[in-house]
Design a binder for this molecule. Structure first.
Ligand code: ADP
Ligand code: MG
Length: 692
């Protein structure tokens, strides 16, 4: 079968809807999808029955309302289609069941939004994201709310942020007389991951429990030669990728590119871009399926941001643009003067949004595991800045100083119809070190960690830009000369937000002091970043744009803090366990084997003892003490943690516990480097990195 035949074959997509529904019902459903409205109760039963019959023909026996709780994962509870009828069963699925589900929400973190006595939440189908069959189950992508209507998931605020952006962008387009009924953010996600052999994986307690190695002396060879990047794909990995692609394609996920990444055993997959909420659903599915397919191939797919110290971590690039339903990409230099004014105005709104809400973008990627990656090997720094490229930068400078590119067409209006600077899309001047780069017709945000839900980043990005457009539209709706008004906004905002633009090397040390001079935020850890989420200016922005209520923001703050603390504490206790049970005994065993050797020599009258023996014993003695002392310190730090809560707890963990964990690791890794290989209790980095 060719790809085009099976692409989307497990999806209840438009084509299937058209075939399985009466014309009138289909048209109504299509309208619902286009407008992103709730499903009309009148057609719900027909749609549900068609969906069930189709799903059953694909082998489904169950259905689930699939949702994205605030943990960042996905959740599902399966219900059978069967109901009893006489002595047998019939398969049933009503419109009511399609529209709304009522899972018990009590075990999902609510960040204080919901008390246990009102544990129920409800899920509502997002008809813009198609239902699909996976295994024996029909999956219905849904939003998840508490009984009192608060969003306790990641999809609801994402949809709200898309609405806000749509609303404000349409106001601007109307002013410019550009026809559009709908504006949608489009997103394409580059997803990095590691693949390692399952048998090797199972031998590492830290990988099994925490998804990353907490110890490990570096391998003599890792990524120094850059011989893995874009290198030949090994047959075992190739077989994995083929099955992965096929599985994704069946689910209508347009996986397109795949290649080896910089670190050994590291790879990347990118699909073709889709509208933001669908891209988010698809990325969640992709991460899940990667892990399942890997398992079938005797592999483990690691999505942790920093599975191995010393080599590159895994990120996710969020390629984002704003598009109209009439096919116009507002971040692409257009064909007409009007479109170009829109282009410059939208780019300006993004510059302002990224500067004003740099804190929120940082918060959107703040997790314990991403902290281990950001600022490290070939990863963006924690300082948010933008790269525009020479050409766009020069054009904006020209507009800001009232010069048009073409001097002959120069006029006072600067950005007026005749004099708008031309823009040739140029992909050559790329800056790989910028966290937020303009890449010709989209912006690429590169701070996301490989396991992050992309919803968080896009909620922030959509809302921040919507808010900026809101202010622009308010201003422009009051001016008599729109061209002049736009010119003034671009000029004013570009000048006042220029500090966020940095075209140099984002990985360099100088940038940190330069950024400080510019007053940009440098929020190194998750506990440093999170309090910014609940700053008044941010809560006000969320409320102004109907993204979150105050309590909804606070809930997310609490959950992110709690998640950070829990993640690091699991790691710390895993370290203590590994050191006590495995590392210290192994080191001691090796020491004593050396000591016995020396005694044996003495017993049979050999006087000379090698430097190797004495020095190694000495070093191991010293390291054993250091390891043990640090272990005790770590244990007492964890006792302190027990007395703390909320922000204080996370902050203490970030400042104290993390440092002790690093010290502990350093001593153990030193011991590993001088201990006999087969006496070391865990597979080495060389084995792990080259296991496939
Ligand atoms: P790169 O050179 O960074 O690899 P690609 O052109 O391969 O860039 O695209 C990377 C990702 O960006 C892909 O997922 C692609 O579909 C997506 N993408 C391309 N154009 C757009 C756009 N206009 N809006 C959003 N995403 C886009
Ligand atoms: Mg990229």
């Amino acid at each position: 079968m060719s790809i085009s035949e099976f692409f989307g074959s497990d999806v209840f997509n438009k084509e299937v809807m058209r075939k399985s529904l009466p014309v009138k019902t289909f048209l109504k459903l299509e309208e619902t999808i286009i407008n992103g409205k709730k499903l009309d109760k009148e057609i719900a039963d027909e749609v549900a029955t068609a969906m069930k019959n189709w799903a059953v023909s694909k082998g489904a026996t169950h259905y689930t309302h699939w949702f994205q709780p605030m943990t960042g994962a996905t959740a599902e509870k399966h219900d059978g289609f069967i109901s009893l009828s006489g002595d047998g069963v019939i398969l049933n699925f009503s419109g009511k069941e399609l529209i709304k589900g009522e899972p018990d929400a009590s075990s999902f973190p609510s960040g204080g939004l919901r008390s246990t006595f009102e544990a129920r939440g409800y899920t509502v189908w997002d008809p813009t994201s198609y239902a699909f069959v996976k295994g024996n189950t029909l999956y219905i992508p849904t939003a998840f709310c508490s009984y009192s209507g608060e969003a306790i998931d990641k999809k609801t605020p994402l949809l709200r942020s898309m609405d806000a952006l749509n609303h404000q962008a349409l106001r601007i387009l109307k002013l410019l007389d550009i026809k559009a009924n709908k504006v949608l953010p489009m997103v394409g996600v580059e997803q990095e991951y590691f693949l390692i052999d399952k048998e090797v994986f199972k031998k590492r307690k830290d990988l099994v429990l925490c998804g990353r190695t907490l110890f490990g002396a570096s391998s003599p060879k890792d990524q120094q030669l850059d011989d893995h990047y874009f290198g030949m794909i090994k047959p075992r990995v190739q077989a994995f990728m083929e099955e992965l692609n096929e599985t994704l394609w069946r689910l209508g996920i347009p996986a397109k590119t795949e290649h080896n990444e910089v670190a050994p055993s590291q790879h990347e997959l990118a699909p073709i871009f889709e509208s933001c909420n669908i891209a988010a659903d698809h990325n969640q599915l992709t991460m899940e399926i990667m892990q399942k397919v890997a398992d079938k191939h005797g592999l483990v797919c690691l999505l942790n941001e920093k599975p191995f110290a010393g080599v590159n971590g895994s990120g996710k690039h969020n390629n984002w643009s704003i598009n109209t339903d009439t096919g116009l990409n507002l971040l692409s230099f257009g064909k007409t003067a009007k479109e170009n004014m829109a282009f410059y105005l939208f780019v300006t709104s993004i510059i302002k949004a990224v500067d004003d809400y740099q804190d929120l973008l940082r918060v959107s990627v703040a997790t314990a595991s991403n902290d281990n990656r950001l600022g490290g090997n070939e990863a963006p720094p924690v300082i948010v800045s933008m790269f525009l490229g020479d050409e766009l930068m020069k054009n904006l400078e020209d507009i800001a100083s009232d010069i048009s590119l073409d001097e002959r067409k120069r006029n006072v209006m600067g950005v007026g119809i005749e004099s708008i600077p031309e823009f040739v899309r140029d992909n050559t001047d790329r800056n790989r070190t910028s966290p937020f780069a303009f890449t010709g017709n989209k912006f690429e945000f590169r701070m996301l960690g490989s396991s992050n839900s992309i919803s968080c980043t896009n909620i922030m990005l959509n809302s921040a830009v919507a808010d900026t457009l809101l202010h622009f539209a308010d201003e422009l709706e009051g001016v008599s000369d729109i061209n002049k008004g736009i010119h003034e906004i671009i000029k004013r905002e570009f000048i006042s937000h220029k500090r966020i633009i940095f075209n140099g090397n984002g990985y360099g040390e100088e940038w940190i002091s330069e950024a400080k001079k510019r007053g940009l935020l440098n929020l190194v850890t998750t506990p440093d970043a999170l309090p910014y989420l609940i700053k008044d200016k941010n809560i006000e922005m969320f409320i102004r744009n109907n993204i979150y209520s105050k309590s909804e923001v606070e809930a997310r703050y609490n959950i992110q803090l709690d998640n950070y603390s829990k993640t690091v504490l699991i790691e710390a206790t895993t370290m203590i366990d590994m050191v006590n049970k495995d590392y210290l005994p192994a080191i001691q065993k090796y020491e004593s084997s050396l000591v016995k050797e020396i005694k044996l020599k003495k017993d049979i009258g050999i006087a000379s003892i090698s430097k190797y023996e004495t020095k190694t014993i000495d070093e191991l003695f010293t390291l054993t003490d250091r390891i043990y002392d640090t272990l005790l310190k770590l244990e007492s730090a964890l006792d302190v943690v027990k007395e703390l809560s909320g922000y204080e707890k996370a902050k203490y963990i970030g400042d104290k516990v993390k440092v002790l964990m690093e010290d502990l690791r350093a001593y153990v890794d030193k011991a590993e480097a001088i201990t006999q290989g087969d006496m070391w209790p865990y597979p080495s980095y060389s084995t792990l990195l080259f296991s496939v």
